[in-house]
Design a binder for this molecule. Sequence first.
Ligand code: ZN
Length: 394
Amino acid sequence: MSLPDTLPRTIGTLRRLVAFDTVSSRSNVALIDWVANRLDDLGVHVFVQHSAQPGKANLFATIGPQDLPGVMLSGHSDVVPVTGQDWASDPFELTERNGRLYGRGSADMKGFIACCLETAPRLAAARLRTPVHLALSYDEETDMGGMRQLAAHLAAAPVRPSACVIGEPTMMQVVIANKGAAIYRCRVRGHSVHSSLRDSGVSAVEIAAEVVAFLNALQRRLRDTQRHDGFEFPHTSVHAGMIHGGTAHNITARDCELVFEVRALPGVAAADVVARVREHCTQVLLPQMRAISPDCDITIEEIVDTPGLDERGNLHLARAMMPLCGCAQPGRVSFGTEAGILQGAGVPTIVCGPGDIRVAHQPDEHVEIAQLGKCLDFLDRLGARLERGDLSLS
Ligand SMILES: [Zn+2]
């Protein structure tokens, strides 16, 4: 297959995007301003939505009629850190080796954004009957606060997009469902005594270990009771990723903190899963602890809860998009995306973008040049259909 003539410029745009260090802990405003100026030069209407948090902004631009619903192409502008990772080349300098472009965010997901920006001039020159909206969000890699803010704006707008494609790396396969991602912090307060008198104290470390054991047992029960074979890991998953507690081998630990996640199948509420953990804490663990010392406690606090993408409601959109990106069979993924937030705001959403999720967040993250070519072809076909106005989205 021949490569699109916009490919060299797309690589140049990706090089510029990767050079903006938009690790989620930093500002993304320089990138947003740069994109806004580029779109402005094309005469495209751009709305920059600043966060209450300084140094963070979303961008929402409309090409074509301003008063019609249209198709939204969405990407997050932030990337994960490179700290502690061993890269063969500078992660913020796009480097080509063997048909691959290496750089932080090349796959997740500045490659998609570069393709959209290189397609924008053609879309702006065409007479689109159905508009295209370009959306860039902040903080997708942390609490998805950017998309929550943008989705609230869209939900309240007089017209909102009738469809959205989020370009997370799926190797250009259409994804119709993804699991939710909820994170919780559990704090255990024990009672400190000299460890030689251990039974008159409560070790927060040992109680936290019981919570972890309960999470493992809960995982086994979920495995036996829920199943969706469309997912590679076909169950809701529960996982304890961090634990920290205690100060010395000979003191029963007063404090221990544990962070765990719930990746719920679409249609399953993470809060319902966590309710079972809370119940175990209040009915089993706390009475034992308080029998020894009344100041003991266990709290479970939600850090973030992002809904999954439910395939009920986007199949018509998937059917419209699959021929355009050469996808024969829609897929489902276990990683979290912003799609469920948009779906909740009334925007049917699928996920489809260049690159492989397996290299995302890793050292030597890369995207194959051929993947960018496929994405450009997809956007061209989509643009042609929106110009003709014959793409059925409902
Ligand atoms: Zn991503």
